[in-house]
Design a protein around this ligand. Structure first.
Ligand SMILES: [Zn+2]
Length: 481
């Protein structure tokens, strides 16, 4: 088993939410010597050739880049794009519900999950909590390890249909149970009412204690080693406590949550870090761009349809060599921008998971374009531009893959089938940058528990590494006007 498959399993187990994905990527980048930048600061004089940086937005999207030792303003950027989010259930702003002796937690569906797979799983919560530390509001990551929630199915004996088909109401029948309560426990906790507050107890919004179950808040506070009273607000996401694992007779599978799209997040980060070994001689900028909110259309301040990537690229294309301070290697802000030249010379690999062929449903796949697990990354083609792959892109990726000895596969959907999409079309349209859609093959996309090939993880890492190392040279040999 390659170290990369094991490395991915550790990555996904550490990352139940987009906030954790960004935190895990950050830690790997920091270990490799990447330096953090903030969008709140001016980057004047901060960026150097041969150096490595990252910047985050909202704690749930991250862009990391390396500046080639021989980089010149106007040179291209090789970008691997992906997303940090997966379909999940999120705790509602007022979530405490009690019925028939059960403590229940109101949840909201996020994205297009295969929701029936969330029934009868041992669920817990993780996310981001804002804590009041002496008047400063600090964001902290929380991850409760023990299973505390469950969405129970109804016993087969109690339903007329006997589950010949499984349908349920996502509002009323999809509500997790979290425990049991004694009738008076809510009052005893002193958390009901609130109408009789005095002047100095005024609250514009009911406190978290009044909106969520006290027992849940106690757990979160204990995990963060703070008092419940310090919790200002949070974004909490449910996750399956069953850990990602290698599976199959010959260890050929990974059984895991969130393969879509943490495989990309992990492989892009590893590929960029590996490519640092040739950074001294690189002439371009190498970049990974991992966005939140792909599963709901990418339109947010930190999604792929936001200003995040254009803003970072604009900052970088205003950098040029200093001529007046004798610092040959420094880069500094200049008034003119090389943005347009750089965009025309850049390329984005939009990486998102692909559909591997399913042996029990082969009729749902196009007869000749059926990727198999462990046979390499899949180039996704769609004439209607749900994927933006075109022939110059395929030529480039073939050369990149040949150099790394990585096999590639092709995918197209049937004409009578719907098609997914990715960040590819919107990012390429926004920037005018050539783009290709690809991704590793998997089964059960958007299930709470998905399956991919364990050997494909290393292949995608090597493909990205080769892209970062060879793009500058290859790009100049592919002639498209
Ligand atoms: Zn995806």
């Amino acid at each position: 088993m390659s170290n990369y498959a094991e490395g991915f399993i550790d990555f996904v187990n550490a990352s139940p939410t987009p906030y954790h994905v960004v935190d895990t990527v950050k830690k790997q980048l920091q270990q490799a010597g990447f330096e953090e930048l903030s969008e709140r600061n001016n980057w004047d004089g901060r960026i150097e050739r041969g150096s490595k940086y990252y910047v985050t937005r909202n704690g749930s999207s991250i862009i990391a880049f390396t500046i080639g030792g021989s980089y010149r303003p106007g040179n291209g950027v090789s970008i691997v794009g992906g997303h940090t989010d997966s379909p999940v259930l999120r705790i509602k702003p007022i979530s405490d519900q009690r019925k028939e002796g059960y403590i229940q937690v109101g949840v909201e569906t996020y994205g297009g999950g295969i929701w029936h797979t969330w029934f009868d799983r041992d669920l817990s919560v993780a996310g981001r909590v804002f804590v009041n530390e002496n008047g400063k509001y600090v964001s902290k990551l929380v991850k409760i390890y023990k299973p505390i929630l469950r969405i129970p199915t109804l016993a087969i004996h109690l339903t007329k249909e006997r589950y010949t088909k499984f349908e349920f109401n996502k509002e009323t029948q999809f509500k997790p149970i979290a425990g049991q309560y004694q009738e008076q426990s809510k009052d005893a906790a002193g958390c009901c009412g609130g109408e009789q507050l005095s002047e100095d107890e005024y609250q514009s919004l009911k406190s978290v204690v009044q909106r969520h179950s006290k027992e849940l808040l106690d757990l979160i506070a204990a995990d963060l080693s703070v008092d419940v009273a310090q919790i200002e607000d949070f974004e909490l996401i449910l996750y399956d406590t069953q850990r990602s694992t290698i599976g199959g007779l010959n260890d050929e599978f990974i059984f895991s949550p969130r393969l879509d799209n943490q495989v990309t997040c992990y492989c892009a980060t590893q590929g960029l870090i590996n490519s640092v070994q040739s950074l001294g001689s690189q002439e371009g900028i190498q970049m990974i761009s991992l966005f939140d909110h792909e599963e709901i259309g990418s339109l947010s301040a930190q999604g792929a349809d936001s200003s995040f990537l254009p803003n970072i690229l604009e900052r970088l294309t205003r950098l040029t060599r200093l001529t007046n301070d004798g610092n040959e290697y420094g880069l500094n802000n200049i008034s003119s921008s090389y943005f347009l030249e750089t965009m025309a010379k850049s390329f984005i690999l939009s990486s998102d998971m692909a559909h591997g062929v399913h042996p029990n449903y082969t009729e749902n796949y196009e007869s000749l374009n059926k990727p198999q697990l462990n046979k390499g990354p899949v180039i996704k083609v769609n004439a209607n531009q749900r994927y933006v792959t075109n022939s110059p892109g395929i030529v480039l990726l073939k050369k990149v893959a040949d150099l790394a000895k990585v096999p590639l596969q092709l995918f197209v959907v049937r004409n009578d089938s719907p098609c997914g999409s990715t960040i590819g079309p919107m990012v390429s349209a926004k920037l005018g940058v050539r783009t290709l859609d690809l991704g590793n093959p998997q089964l059960s996309m958007h299930s709470i528990r998905e399956t991919c090939g364990s050997h494909d993880v290393e292949k995608l890492v090597l493909l990205f590494e080769s892209f970062f190392e060879h793009f500058y040279d290859l790009e100049q040999r592919i002639d498209v006007n």
